[in-house]
Design a protein around this ligand. Structure first.
Ligand code: GDP
Length: 442
């Protein structure tokens, strides 16, 4: 996600850090590059220009120029302004005080609307009893797709078949009645999609709006469409009264333009983001976290949440303590590998870590499919070897290889992986400290 923007900003800041004290010209040069990076990320010209102006104003004030760590200060200002640009605070969904809550999902065809309807239902199903309703009646395939996905997720589905009606408003009304009868407290409507915005579509949405009186009208936008997505949002805002945006496909090579600019351009907040093809891959949008990711600060909070959800906390605490004491052992590596496997695809986990791109690609190369072998190798070591791997030389390697049913190459590979992980966790700890030093926006 946002790889090229992240890389550009990383380069700009490492240049600044290399300079020590900064002159006005240094800051101007750096900010010119920041603006270029934003334009390349497909952020609208005016929004990029205004953002950089705001950053410049603050950076050229005494706050930065007289600071002992000026580069760090510039970084903090950029961070805060990126957060503000994206809306600053977290925007929650607006549920009805008296159920059912009615959500309309609108958007162009291919944006991910149908998938997102089910993702959203699944996401809130811990605390609600949601249902999805197919109202894209011109495309039978869309109705079927919603039904199949809903079944897969175990979410109640309502569509034209059950209603025995072909008209959208008829289906919508029946769906609401059905919801009442079945104690459904959130009804999510998947509305008609088109390849382009047209009068017809807007008229249909307007009628639905009148009939349903929704608590949320959520526009689904494909983040990969960048500025175009922002234009679409502007149109839907004018014509369909959207109350929030869901950006999808942020896991792809989206350049970031839409995520950065949609709030500034339309005043409508991004509420959720789609980060993968699986039905669980929908997250709340958090401007601060997004800014942290863009600036390569990693997403500590997100990662910790993920770890806590998926892991044995006692074990993690023990490893964390070892990390703090700089005593990361091969046994800890084993625990970490098992945890990482549980966290999901490695590239996503890596995305959340505050590491330079180079280190990330090295780690992503580690072949975690061979984890069983890694386990066997580590288990074939003596406790002394696990604590002090530097003593593992030729004959020990051969013995471990034999004992684990692998070969010396495999033993070498495990030792290399261990060194890499140790390095990562060392940096992980350092960056965490750095994060704490930054002022977070209110
Ligand atoms: P619709 O035409 O707007 O209803 O779009 P669909 O729900 O059919 O989605 C279009 C394609 O985008 C499907 O292949 C989805 O699996 C995919 N998709 C939707 N959301 C995401 C996402 O967040 N990440 C990725 N990688 N793919 C997504």
């Amino acid at each position: 996600m946002f790889d090229s923007l992240k890389e550009r900003l990383e380069g700009i800041f490492s240049k600044l850090r290399g300079k020590g004290r900064l002159t006005e010209e240094d800051i101007n040069d750096a900010l010119r590059e920041v603006r270029r990076a934003l334009l390349e990320a497909d952020v609208n010209y005016k929004i990029a220009k205004d953002l950089v102006e705001r950053i410049k104003e603050r950076c050229l004030g005494q706050e930065v120029l007289s600071s002992i760590t000026p580069a760090q200060q510039v970084y903090a200002v950029v961070y805060e302004e990126l957060c503000n640009l994206m809306g600053g605070k977290k925007e929650r969904l607006n549920f009805a005080s008296k159920p059912p809550s009615v959500f309309m999902l609108v958007g162009l065809q291919g944006s991910g609307k149908t998938t997102t309807a089910v993702k959203l239902a699944l996401k809130i199903s811990d605390s609600h009893k949601p249902m999805v309703v197919a109202c894209d009646l011109r495309r039978p395939a869309a109705v079927k797709q919603l039904k199949v996905l809903a079944e897969k997720a175990g979410i109640p589905f309502f569509g034209p078949d059950e209603a025995g009606s072909g008209d959208v408003l008829g289906v919508a009304k029946k769906a609401l009645r059905y919801a009442d009868d079945h104690l459904i407290d959130v009804v999510i409507f998947d509305t008609a999609g088109r390849l382009h915005i047209d009068e017809d579509l807007m008229a249909e949405l307007e009628q639905m709006h009148k009939t349903l009186n929704p608590h949320e009208v959520l526009l689904v936008i494909d983040a990969m469409t960048g500025q175009e997505g922002v234009n679409v949002a502007q149109m839907f805002k004018e014509k369909a009264g959207i109350t929030g945006v869901i950006l999808t496909k942020l896991d792809g090579d989206a350049r970031g333009g839409a995520a950065l600019a949609v709030k500034a351009a339309t005043g409508v907040p991004v509420k959720l983001v789609g980060v993968g093809e699986h039905l669980e891959d929908l997250e709340e949008f958090d401007a601060a976290r997004m800014a942290q990711r863009i600036l390569g600060m990693g997403d500590m909070e997100g990662l910790l949440e993920k770890i806590q959800k998926s892991s044995d906390t006692k074990e993690i605490e023990r490893v964390q303590k070892n990390l703090q004491d700089n005593k990361f052992t091969l046994e800890d590596l084993l625990v970490q590998l098992r945890q990482i496997q549980k966290l999901g695809p490695l590239d996503k986990v890596m995305d959340m870590l505050p590491l330079p791109g180079k280190v990330k690609s090295q780690v992503s190369d580690i072949d975690f499919r061979r984890i069983k072998h890694v386990e066997a190798v580590i288990l074939s070591m003596t406790p002394e070897e696990r604590r002090r791997p530097e003593i593992i030389k030729g004959s020990r390697k051969r013995r471990i290889a034999m004992g684990s049913g692998t070969n010396v190459q495999m033993v070498n590979q495990v030792l290399r992986q261990y060194e890499q992980m140790k390095e990562i966790f060392k940096r992980f700890g350092k960056n965490k400290g750095k994060l704490r030093g930054l002022k977070l926006p209110k």
